[in-house]
Ligand binder design. Structure first.
Ligand SMILES: [Zn+2]
Length: 253
């Protein structure tokens, strides 16, 4: 990915990516979130939302550019089960990552896959998106859920941060005292980091999402690398103290 993505494009629209992150720990290759899937799998509406410009569809190409084949992925970790985070989980009824264990919080599995699963008709009608039930059906036998905060690989922890969905989680990657936070959809856009009165409209429980986001932002300090699957170009940045408002600085590392 080029490191030139701004929060706004030249027409003043917010830039969104729909993507995921690779975390390599020893022999393990973790893919944190799996984008919206192949371009044809979602409607054109996703590509040009009213006030946004959306980049997606290139996850497998990006993996290949990083020297990784789908077979190399050992873990697919979902921050939550919205269609734009599970899109590459399967293709044509087959697991995209044939050697991977797929992982998510149990509360999202209950919410999207359980007997009383939420109705995703709205996502299908609005975005042309496949439901979580359909997308994840080919990988259900390799889906493992977590019930509490903790480690899923050496140096990789998940932490439940509910509100956007019941089992929305943040992934924390740490080494010594350094850490990077992958925020899932707790934060959709860097603007929400610097202007807490901005918020996305997609939170299932908006009040809880607001409380969760505020607590997380209080905890984040200027040394933390922060990224999220909808940040422009999937770039990490740092949240620095500033006069009045905090400043967002994209990191080149
Ligand atoms: Zn999302």
């Amino acid at each position: 990915m080029p490191t030139t993505h701004a929060v706004f494009d030249d027409d003043g629209r917010i830039v969104l990516s729909l993507g995921g992150f690779v975390v390599r720990i020893g022999e393990r290759v973790l893919l944190v979130d799996a984008g919206a899937g192949p371009l044809g799998d979602v409607g054109e509406a996703v590509e040009a939302l009213d006030r946004s410009w959306v980049e997606h569809g290139g996850l497998l190409d990006d993996l290949r550019a990083g020297g990784l084949a789908p077979e190399d992925v050992t873990d697919v970790v979902f921050t939550h089960l919205h269609f734009d985070h599970i899109g590459w989980a399967s293709q044509a009824g087959q697991p995209t990552f044939p050697n991977a264990t797929y992982r998510c919080d149990r509360r999202d599995a209950d919410c999207f896959l359980g007997p009383d699963a939420m109705d995703e008709t709205m996502f299908r009608l609005r975005w042309g998106a496949m439901s979580a039930r359909d997308r994840l059906a080919p990988v259900l036998d390799r889906l493992e859920t977590w019930d509490r905060d903790g480690s899923i690989a050496p140096g990789v922890d998940v932490r439940r941060t509910p509100g956007h969905t019941p089992g929305s989680s943040v992934v924390v990657v740490s080494s010594g005292t350094a850490r990077a936070l992958i925020l899932g959809d707790v934060v959709h856009c860097p603007l929400e980091l610097t202007s807490p009165d901005w918020e996305a409209m997609a939170d299932m429980d908006q009040a809880l999402a607001r409380t969760t986001r505020a607590a997380l932002l209080r905890e984040v300090n200027g040394d933390d690398l922060v990224g999220a699957p909808h940040f422009p170009g999937l770039e990490f940045g740092r949240l620095l103290p500033g006069e009045g408002a905090r400043q967002w600085l994209v990191s080149s590392r």
